[in-house]
Design a protein around this ligand. Structure first.
Ligand SMILES: Cc1cc2nc3c(=O)[nH]c(=O)nc-3n(C[C@H](O)[C@H](O)[C@H](O)COP(=O)(O)OP(=O)(O)OC[C@H]3O[C@@H](n4cnc5c(N)ncnc54)[C@H](O)[C@@H]3O)c2cc1C
Ligand code: SF4
Length: 480
């Protein structure tokens, strides 16, 4: 069947259809359509089946990309799905939201040779969406039940991936989450136009049907305590993400109408889910009819600007202190935002939030920047040019990134070691923390990162938890 592959000289790269900006900017539905079966097969056939697949190296999960592309090109979709889901607990989610240009697709060999990358993410999404439609994705039936148990704190992608892996092996798994629904940032951070919420909900429902217990509305450190959980479960995983928003350090940043990005995005996602959100109804967390300025250049900022467009903002401007080439967010998302009417002010640093006598925001005063000498990380530092300008605003959204919360304090567990940024320290070989029997995964270990890395950590932690519980069961080590 090799003749079905290496079609990149005959078949051009194409993405699934993208809805035109005027149509998509009025709702929160995803902007890309699904490939047709023929298009998915044809796009998969462009893979050159490299002996050393760089794409696989570029994927944090080391997905067997050439294998599932070949199976998809041959129309063997169920096998393609089985190979794809062997290394990834949510391929259709990664296919939608991984920044592929920086991961698998960025180092695809045919991209390097100028033919345009294989559209790996879109094919990955197609394969698993198709598997759901065909009814192949079923609840887990472990080959045998084990009496040992694992507690997982956090139902984001890191916690969910670990829960699934442990349940597959037959462990009794309970997941705690402070929110009323699972998914973490997949549910309440990332907007529906990138990831529709029923895609996340069906994953959670499947895990529930697989026998994993969820304890929602339960914040560890407040409603239940870490020492009690350590006694209750044989092993424990901390996958709580990072939620301490970096603040704007300039005059006026407490003015009415200056919002934290995640408050704003969570309210919007909750509205989309049909929840009653008083702060949205009151207009506090709603951009409708307002001049919106978003400060930041990462994925969160891109999600805020595009949400504001969809809420009917009068204008949306994004201020970022470096230039386009040096922004942390995905270039694909900037392009989408520009198409939807967002204005980008590159090399612009906020100096002050100007407010009215009543204390309401009315403008952002910014300095024009230029890129100076590289800092310790090698990135060029922005420096002021001396020029300033004002952007009128009724709403200012701070999207400057997130730090870990003070977990040793929140969990009342000073023996939990963290690094100087507050991220939980682990031994990366085992994902074990300084507390015996307690593991950690995802953003709380790496700092704000990516869904695919959280899944990878969750899987690695689950493997180490399994080894530890197996050793305990065989009497090789005493239960901690
Ligand atoms: C707006 C936004 C957009 C993003 N877009 C992308 C993207 O396009 N692509 C991408 O790959 N990544 C994106 N990311 C990053 C990605 O969402 C995270 O890297 C990923 O979700 C981390 O997974 P996690 O499981 O570690 O944590 P989270 O997803 O944050 O989940 C942690 C969970 O733990 C719960 N929790 C916290 N503390 C407690 C406690 N004490 N007790 C009980 N439960 C607790 C929280 O309620 C939450 O449900 C984005 C992030 C943001 C904020
Ligand atoms: S999980 Fe992400 S990085 Fe890996 S193949 Fe899929 S889209 Fe690429």
């Amino acid at each position: 069947m090799a003749e079905r592959m290496l079609q990149f000289t005959k078949v051009s790269r194409s993405m699934p259809d993208k809805r035109p900006a005027p149509a998509r900017a009025v709702d929160f539905d995803e902007i890309y359509a699904e490939f047709s079966p023929d298009a998915a097969q044809a796009q998969a056939s462009r893979c050159s089946q490299c002996g050393v697949p760089f794409c696989q190296q570029g994927c944090p999960l080391q997905n067997n990309i050439p294998d599932w592309l070949k199976l998809a090109a041959e129309g063997r979709m169920e096998e393609a799905w089985r190979v794809s889901s062997a290394t990834n607990n949510m391929p259709e989610i990664c296919g939608r939201i991984c920044p592929q240009d920086r991961l698998c697709e960025g180092i695809c060999t045919i991209e390097q040779s100028g033919h345009g990358t294989v559209t790996i993410g879109s094919i990955e999404k197609y394969i698993t969406d198709n598997a759901w439609n065909e009814g192949w994705v079923q609840p887990i039936k472990p080959p045998r039940e084990r009496a040992q148990s694992a507690g997982i704190i956090g139902a984001g992608p890191g916690g969910l991936a670990a829960a699934e892996q442990l349940r597959r092996k037959g462990y009794q798994v309970t997941v705690y989450d402070a929110h009323d629904r699972g998914g973490g940032l997949l549910m309440y951070g990332i907007p529906g136009f990138k990831l529709e919420k029923d895609i996340v909900e069906r994953r959670i429902a499947r895990l529930e049907a697989s026998g994993i217990r969820f304890r929602f509305n339960t914040r560890v450190g407040r409603d239940v305590q870490l020492p009690a959980l350590r006694t209750e479960y044989d092993t424990l995983l901390i996958a709580t993400g990072v939620y301490a928003a970096k603040d704007l350090k300039c005059p006026g940043s407490r003015a009415e109408g200056v919002l934290a990005a995640l408050d704003y995005l969570t309210a919007s996602n909750r509205k989309g889910l049909g929840d009653v959100v008083p702060a949205f109804e009151s207009g506090e967390l709603n951009a409708e009819g307002k001049r919106v300025v978003v400060i930041g250049g990462g994925d969160t900022a891109m999600d805020c600007v595009r949400t504001a467009v969809r809420q009917g903002a009068k204008s949306v401007t994004c201020l970022y202190r470096r230039d386009r080439a040096n922004m942390p967010g995905s270039q694909r998302e900037v392009q989408n935002a520009e198409e939807e009417g967002v204005v980008f002010e590159w090399l612009a640093n906020p100096d002050a939030i100007l407010d009215t006598k009543a204390g309401k925001v009315k403008a952002v005063r910014a300095s024009r920047m230029k890129l100076g000498e590289p800092d310790a990380s090698g990135r060029q530092s922005p420096v002021k040019t001396g020029e300033t300008f004002d952007v009128k605003a009724d709403l200012v959204i701070k999207a400057l990134g997130f730090d870990p919360e003070d977990l040793p304090l929140l969990f009342d567990e000073p023996a939990l070691t963290v690094n100087r940024w507050g991220a939980v320290r682990v031994d990366y070989a085992t994902m074990q923390t300084s507390l015996p029997g307690v593991y950690a995964a995802g953003d709380i270990v790496r700092g704000a990162s990516l869904v695919v890395w959280a899944i990878k950590d969750g899987r690695d932690a689950a493997e180490a938890m399994h080894k530890s519980m197996k050793a305990m069961a065989s009497g090789k080590v005493a239960a901690e």
